[in-house]
Design a protein around this ligand. Structure first.
Ligand SMILES: Cc1ncc(COP(=O)(O)O)c(C=O)c1O
Length: 481
């Protein structure tokens, strides 16, 4: 056997790419002595699943710092925190209100538990094909859904979104409070909020009952590290622990635990570094106002409830570039690797470990590309049979619950022939992992055209195989909602 993965990763270091993507440590952690920390539950070193010693002590500090009822380190990412949270509050057959832009882990929880999701569509920007925040209109919808559906046991939303858009968590909780229904907030992208007043307030202090944060995304922590916060007495802690013991590995890595604790301590102990980072962000944003064609997504223009300035979302709509082309230009010509790209934008993810020099390099690159834009020929990405950005302007019709379709008979058919069929698999781009089509939803002409657009433009759509899509074999839908 050859060392293929190791070799490739070691070569990456020599390339000197600037990482404007997760993990938030930006490869600036010292590898020295790391192997020394890779132990198992030896005597005196506690156990994440039954913490009584040093892990308990460290988690007590978390609880104090975040002001929660209880906080847990997670070493299988936010994914395990989301699965455990939903499982702790729902029983099979229950209903759940979930934002349609939730990460696939929420959909998987609903599938595993045989839940019947009622989707809430946050504000959607057709211009950028991007979900925004949950506004008054959607809050009114939550009130109506709560009156109409008696089996709702939880509400799950995502705030901030991948693009940094924050919703009014306190306002949503106010609606749920009289019903005693817990609010679960996927704050995977907001682990840094607690460390500076220049970021939005964390859902932890806005009344959410359960909050999940991927500390590996925006704090200097290793991939897969995350936190789960229990912020109220609405959910019993032992129920969460029971679910964590089911979903989380029975061999939790001490390396990851150490990295989680280190990243949080480091960020807390370096307010000067945090301030420098925030100043760099503000300076960068001010400079970007002078761009001629590319622009940064701003909360003011899009009237969102709140916004994470740490997310640099470069909009390319008024230029002759697509987000994907901008991503490639940054990488190929300037050795800058962004986090993700779509047809309309490209996201650079930042953290406390980004230096003034990295921001300067990004600025130089963006301005150089912006300057050239008029003379860069537009790549032919248009095909008359494809359509982009129409997906959520028409809400897909949900005909069957996910679990029912996934457990039933399925077949593969060409995408071209799938109109009016019921989808049996998720169709999503990763990142961001938000399904554009969920099992149980009806496939429309617009959805087919949009998927074709993704394929035509070279995006990897994981569920498609040789132009075929999985559909349900069951006859007519039982019920359309
Ligand atoms: C919004 C959101 N929630 C949850 C997750 C899952 O987080 P993790 O990768 O830490 O399991 C992701 C991952 O990208 C995400 O973007």
């Amino acid at each position: 056997m050859e060392m293929i993965i190791c070799k490739k990763l070691m070569e990456l270091n020599k390339e000197k790419r600037i990482p404007f993507h997760m993990p938030g440590h930006k490869r600036k952690l010292s590898a020295q002595d790391i192997i020394q920390m890779d132990i198992t539950e030896i005597r005196g070193y506690d156990n994440l699943h039954h913490p009584e010693g040093m892990i308990l002590e460290s988690m007590e500090q978390l609880k104090e710092f975040y002001g929660t009822q209880k906080s847990w380190y997670l070493i299988n990412g936010s994914t395990v925190g989301i699965l455990a949270s939903v499982s702790a509050v729902c029983q099979p057959g229950d209903e759940i209100i979930m934002a349609r832009n939730c990460h696939k882990s929420v959909y998987n929880a609903a599938r595993l538990l045989h839940l019947n999701p009622v989707y809430l569509y946050p504000e959607y920007s057709e211009e950028y094909d991007m979900f925004l925040d949950i506004r008054e209109k959607q809050k009114e919808e939550i009130k109506i859904l709560l009156e109409k559906h008696s089996k709702i046991k939880a509400v799950v939303i995502i705030s901030p979104t991948y693009e940094g858009v924050v919703s009014d968590v306190a306002g949503i909780k106010e609606i749920l409070a009289p019903y005693g229904i817990p609010l679960i907030v996927d704050e995977a992208h907001g682990a840094h909020f607690a460390f500076s007043g220049d970021f939005p307030e964390s859902a932890v202090s806005c009344g959410a009952d359960l909050v999940i944060q991927s500390i590996h995304k925006t704090l200097p922590c290793v991939t897969q590290t995350a936190l789960l916060h229990l912020c109220s007495e609405l959910v019993p802690a032992d129920r969460i622990e029971e679910m964590l013991s089911i979903y989380e590995t029975s061999s939790p890595s001490y390396l990851l635990l150490a990295s989680a604790e280190y990243g949080i301590c480091y960020t807390q102990e370096h307010p000067d570094r945090m301030q420098e980072y925030v100043d760099n962000l503000k300076k960068f944003r001010r400079k970007c106002a002078k761009l001629k064609h590319i622009s940064l997504f701003t909360p003011e223009e899009n009237q969102v409830y709140d916004y994470d300035i740490g997310k640099l979302v470069f909009l390319t709509k008024s230029s002759n570039l697509s987000g994907a082309e901008l991503f490639r230009f940054l990488l190929d010509r300037f050795h800058i690797e962004c986090e993700m790209e779509t047809a309309f934008y490209c996201i650079a993810m930042t953290s406390i470990n980004d230096t003034a020099e990295s921001f300067e390099r990004l600025e130089e690159a963006i301005f150089a590309i912006d300057e050239e834009l008029e003379c860069v020929p537009r790549m032919d990405t248009e095909d008359p049979e494809t359509t982009k950005g129409v997906l959520f302007s028409q809400k897909p019709v949900q005909c069957r619950p996910v679990w029912e379709v996934k457990n039933g008979e399925k077949k593969r058919i060409p995408l071209e022939e799938s109109m009016d069929e019921i989808a049996a698999d998720y169709i999503y781009l990763y990142p961001p992992g938000i399904p554009v089509l969920v099992p149980g939803e009806k496939i429309t002409k617009e959805i087919v055209a949009n998927i074709k657009y993704y394929l035509y433009n070279g995006y990897n759509v994981p569920a498609l195989s040789e132009g075929t899509i999985e559909v349900s074999c069951s006859g007519d839908p039982l019920e359309e909602s």
